[in-house]
Design a protein around this ligand. Structure first.
Ligand SMILES: Nc1ncnc2c1ncn2[C@@H]1O[C@H](COP(=O)(O)OP(=O)(O)OP(=O)(O)O)[C@@H](O)[C@H]1O
Length: 707
């Protein structure tokens, strides 16, 4: 564990040791990810892998062209020999249902004939071509190949024959994190900036005046949005006044992004140059969308195919094309496209080789011109937005920013945060360390850490920068947002008291909102729609949980990635029946299925709940982890665990429960076995007692349940 919070001076961290620990942990994580893919691929047939969402079979290369960065983009379409027009409702030019998404790293390779052949990922990588999916359409999927991946005779792309693509572990992200950690490790003591020293406890953050609200400098801010609440204003003042680091702690629904937007606008007013990052494209786009109406000049880095359509106008790619220098780049691109097209026409090996040599030259020229054009644009902009990973691209090399802002910092790996932070002078990180950290596959992997004074501890990738800084410097480096704009007062009470020191306040507009008060359509006043908090207690041992393995034996169903990867997941059929009954009551009262979500910690339970999607079109079913950041009018949580041993597994994780119970706006229904759950932990025991005392407590009516 990291040093104790706030006990005077922080214990300094030895930076090279820290970086090495991160490198070890990242290597273990990448290995776990690679192993997962390899196991999947070698154990299942191509069609099973397609159903599991990790492959797309029966394709042919239909075209190739030049993409961003001068890369070759191959377009893949269905092989007409395998799609007999219209079979299964599929027209011959449409791709079947698949799980490959833009941004996935894939290998394109010759498809093995028959399913008997053993497939090895490593072998496929060697013989095929690796790349990134840049576009997914109904009838075509485009892959930008890694440099020089296409062999001159096209043999690694099926040589004109049938190919398939398989999703691989995303090692690109790792390379960037590793590169960053290597740099950090090699830095000498004299190269550490004040900022770096503070972030590793080799110095304390510069003091900030105590009462910023009445401070002559920070107390008189002209707010762009005067409706900000006091805790939001205070967090912004603190983030502006701090010199090295400020954490903005945003519990669920407290307007974290809202606050960051005002902070960015205030920083722009002060002439500061800002880099804004988040762990995912969506987290960054969310900010671009909300900044755009303020008409401030912003540039969004990142591949256009991965950005929301609404933010494209701010994307570097679009801005580059619109610029004057962009026109010259376009000419080179056209020439390259013509060459690419001619490769496919010629059969002569000699001619192909000449064209490839020309292409290589053109690619170099293209890249140089594009880089120049991009650097000019970036250098001239005051606000740049990118994913943490994207901030490590060539576009930001040698660029300096006054402040780096990281949203959702508690959901990012620390090594990823260092991609933009290595050259930062000051950082503002927003997040909530009491919700779930990033998902880690190598969970058992721990590495020893050592502080400068020789104290050692265990480090895991789950410890985020946010956690570490709080542990290092204590609460004085953070400000918490305290008014929440999502939940009914009664839904908020338990998480607030247990996790947020009882500090959360429900905003007037939401504190008494019930389902029956929905304004957009009519909802009847029933027992289900007039209660914000319902607990259906399944205690008594009548509703035991099941292991996924038990079900697989009696199920002839095709594997899904979920079922393959969650072989030891749990489910509870009777709880699922109770969910269905409750949803039916809500829908009968008039609540729209699209305003209802069912969340559960267990993926096997999701498989059992799946038929609800057909019964109530529009309803959302999700794992707790997948629902983080989301909200719904009504949320039903099924806890699944029910056994005589009091085993609760990963239900015992407070942060997971916190996410589960803070998704609803007007109605939270918890379905679970209080006897089992109570025994899981003190926190769970207090939650069960709270529900018994405060929720509308119900017991299942066994007779009315259809099995
Ligand atoms: N000062 C305010 N006055 C009124 N409404 C506000 C205020 N601040 C935030 N909100 C509203 O609260 C909601 C949540 O805001 P926002 O999306 O910024 O939250 P968030 O904290 O980023 O969300 P999450 O809980 O997912 O982290 C939004 O509907 C927003 O308009």
């Amino acid at each position: 564990m990291a040093p104790k919070p706030g006990n005077g001076e922080p214990s300094p961290v030895d930076i090279p040791t820290f970086a090495q620990t991160q490198l070890d942990l990242l290597a273990a994580e990448l290995a776990a990810e690679i192993a997962e893919t390899s196991t999947l691929v070698s154990a299942h047939s191509p069609s099973a892998l397609q159903r599991a969402g990790v492959a797309l079979t029966n394709l042919v290369v239909s075209a190739q062209r030049t993409g961003l960065g001068g890369k070759t983009v191959v377009e893949l379409g269905p092989d007409s020999a395998t799609t007999t027009g219209g079979a299964g409702g599929l027209s011959s030019d449409e791709l079947p249902e698949h799980g490959i998404r833009t941004g996935d790293i894939v290998v394109v390779s010759e498809q093995p004939a028959g399913s008997a052949k053993k497939r090895e990922v490593r072998e496929m990588e060697k013989r095929g071509a690796k790349g990134v999916v840049v576009k997914v359409g109904r009838g075509v999927i485009s892959v930008a190949l890694d440099e020089e991946q296409e062999k001159e005779d096209g043999s690694n792309l099926g040589g004109g024959g049938r190919v398939w693509i398989v999703k691989l572990a995303d090692d690109v992200t790792y390379k960037r994190m590793n590169g960053t950690m290597e740099k950090l490790k090699k830095m000498s003591d004299s190269e550490y900036s004040v900022f770096i020293r503070v972030l590793f406890g080799q110095g304390s953050p510069s003091p900030v005046p105590k009462d910023l609200g009445s401070d002559p400098e920070w107390g008189k801010i002209e707010w762009v949005d005067p409706s900000l609440n006091e805790s939001q204003k205070d967090a912004i003042r603190f983030a502006l006044a701090s010199r090295e680091i400020a954490l903005i702690h945003g519990p669920p629904g407290t307007g974290k992004t809202h606050t960051l937007i005002e902070l960015i606008l205030q920083m722009i007013k002060r002439g500061l140059r800002i880099l804004v990052c988040g762990p995912s494209n969506i987290s960054v786009d969310n900010i671009v969308e909300r900044l755009a109406p303020h008409k401030v000049p912003i540039i969004r880095l990142g591949h256009p195919a991965r950005l929301l359509p609404s933010v494209l106008n701010h994307s570097l790619d679009v801005l580059t094309r619109a610029s004057e220098a962009g026109a010259i780049v376009k000419d080179v691109r056209a020439e390259m496209d013509a060459k690419q097209a001619s490769i496919r026409k010629t059969k002569s090996g000699k001619e192909r080789r000449v064209i490839y040599a020309d292409l290589k030259e053109l690619r170099k020229e293209y890249r140089e011109r594009e880089r120049k054009c991009v650097s000019n644009l970036v250098a001239g902009s005051k606000v740049v937005l990118a994913t943490l990973h994207g901030a490590g691209g060539f576009q930001l090399r040698n660029q300096e920013f006054d402040v780096v802002i990281i949203d959702e910092a508690s959901q990012a790996l620390e090594a990823q945060c260092w991609v933009p932070l290595l050259s930062a002078k000051k950082a503002v990180c927003a997040g909530d360390h009491l919700q779930l950290p990033p998902t880690i596959k190598s969970l058992n992997s721990k590495s020893k850490t050592k502080s400068k004074d020789g104290k050692s501890g265990d480090a895991t990738l789950e410890t985020t920068l946010f956690d570490r800084l709080l542990a290092l410097h204590g609460p004085s480096i953070k400000r918490m947002l305290t008014t929440q704009y999502r939940m009914h007062e009664k839904i908020m009470r338990f998480p607030s008291d247990e996790l947020y020191e009882g500090k959360l306040i429900a905003a007037e507009a939401v504190k008494e909102r019930l389902l029956k008060d929905i304004k957009d359509y009519e909802v009847q006043d029933t027992d289900e729609t007039s209660e914000p908090l319902i607990f259906i207690d399944t205690q008594g041992g009548y509703f035991p949980e099941r292991e996924e393995d038990d079900q697989k034996q009696d199920s002839a169903k095709a594997p899904t990635k979920k079922s393959i990867l969650h072989a030891d997941s749990k489910s509870n059929e009777m709880e699922a029946a109770l969910v269905k009954q409750h949803v039916q009551k809500l829908v009968d009262a008039g609540v729209r299925p699209e305003d209802i979500a069912v969340v559960t910690p267990y993926n096997a339970q999701l498989v059992i709940l799946a038929p609800l999607k057909e019964l109530f079109p529009g309803i959302e079913l999700g794992s707790v982890d997948g629902f983080q950041g989301r909200e719904k009018e009504a949320v039903i949580v099924t806890l699944v665990r029910s056994n005589s041993e009091g085993e609760v597994g990963f239900l015992g994780e407070k942060r997971r429960l916190n996410v589960a119970m803070t998704r609803p706006k007007r109605s939270l229904t918890v379905i679970g076995d209080s006897e089992t759950v109570k025994r899981g932990s003190k926190f769970l025991s207090r939650w069960m007692t709270f529900l018994e005392d405060n929720a509308d407590l119900r017991y299942p009516d066994l007779a009315s349940l259809e099995r």
